[in-house]
Write a protein that binds this ligand. Structure first.
Ligand code: SF4
Length: 338
């Protein structure tokens, strides 16, 4: 019997959960097919297929689905609701309605698995979710348990690699191929920057127009949300009187607190998607917090369909020049008083 082909668009939750689902489905005997890395073609397709007022990442998701739809038997499109045991924290509404949006916009789709992902209740919610999904593939019993265990191990490896500062795609590839990853080459730098934002903006180099390559060329060490260990990220919750509603917003904001208070960086760059509702608040909050904690330099990079490489490069370069100038001034003052 031919292997069932499961489609996994290479965007949105791909950058955080792909290793888990890859391991799970392959252990169940399926072939997992992803779309190609984002290109102008994926974006054009997405703009064509998605509703006009969708944010850039949602348009892109449509583009990836459209690219993939004819190559697979089933499209995996989980309805992301909650992934933590916190009643009040959910995914952004666009995630909640994603399967409906895609169904309404794109014709000729294959069968969709859009199981609701709510891990806020139950003893082993991830295991229960896996059982439900396996049932849709007519699988049950020990083979599902084995697939679930393998998926967990694969995901743990992936998270460990991300925490060590390994790029997302390299971390994904190493985790699913079961090989180890070397730490990124250490280099001495005078500037450390926290580059904060949602994983589908941070880890897709087409969307962020090669931001990390540019930072590398400028000799800057980037620090991301995923490089903060989970317990340390959690500990930052105390700095906000109340948690935010949205899952990714909480993660991003807590990482900002971590870099502001626990590990000094020279500046914070918030990477955001133009038209993102949740980010309008996160950006303002982050800017205020940066100001309040000793005037930490802060830059917002807003990405949209028209964002050009030159524009991003100029802004980052100007920001870094300002940081270096500031440092020089400070050193001069210290030596003068010394
Ligand atoms: S959090 Fe913002 S960028 Fe992400 S899907 Fe929601 S609206 Fe779009």
């Amino acid at each position: 019997m031919a292997q069932l082909k499961i489609g996994f668009p290479r965007t949105l939750f791909y950058f955080l959960y792909y290793p888990f689902w890859y391991a799970f489905f392959t252990e169940l005997g399926c072939e997992v097919v992803t779309s190609l890395p984002t290109t102008q073609y994926s974006l054009d397709l997405g703009v064509e297929e998605a509703v006009n007022d969708a944010c850039l990442p949602i348009k892109l998701y449509h583009g990836h689905v459209a690219e993939l739809k004819e190559q697979v038997d089933v499209m995996f499109m989980p309805r992301m609701v909650k992934v933590r045991k916190m009643e009040t924290e959910v995914f952004c509404p666009k995630f909640l309605g994603l399967p409906d949006m895609v169904r309404n916009s794109i014709a000729g789709l294959p069968r969709i698995i859009d199981e609701r992902v709510d891990l806020s209740k139950g003893l082993l919610p991830r295991w229960e979710l896996c059982q439900k999904i396996a049932k849709q593939l007519e699988q049950k019993g020990f083979v599902v348990w084995r697939a679930y265990r393998r998926a967990q191990k694969c995901q743990e490896k992936f998270k460990e690699y991300l925490a060590r500062g390994i790029g997302a795609q390299e971390a994904i590839d190493a985790a699913i191929e079961g090989r180890s990853c070397r730490d990124p080459q250490e280099f001495t730098t005078d500037i450390n920057l926290a580059i904060l934002g949602y994983p589908y903006l941070i880890y897709d180099s087409f969307v962020n127009v090669g931001l990390f390559e540019k930072l590398g060329r400028l000799g800057i060490k980037p620090w991301t949300v995923e490089m903060v260990l989970p317990n340390r990220l959690e500990a930052q919750a105390k700095y906000l009187p109340k948690s935010l509603f949205w899952h990714f917003s909480n993660r991003t904001m807590r990482a900002a607190f971590y870099y502001l208070h626990e590990q000094r960086v020279d500046g914070i760059v918030h990477v955001t998607a133009f038209g993102c509702g949740p980010d309008a608040m996160v950006d303002k909050l982050m800017e205020l917090e940066a100001k309040n904690s000793g005037r930490m330099p802060f830059l917002t990079l807003s990405l949209d369909e028209q964002t050009g490489e030159a524009g991003i490069y100029t802004r980052i370069e100007a920001f870094v020049d300002m940081l270096r100038l500031r440092r020089k001034k400070h050193e001069n003052i210290v030596s003068h008083h010394g």
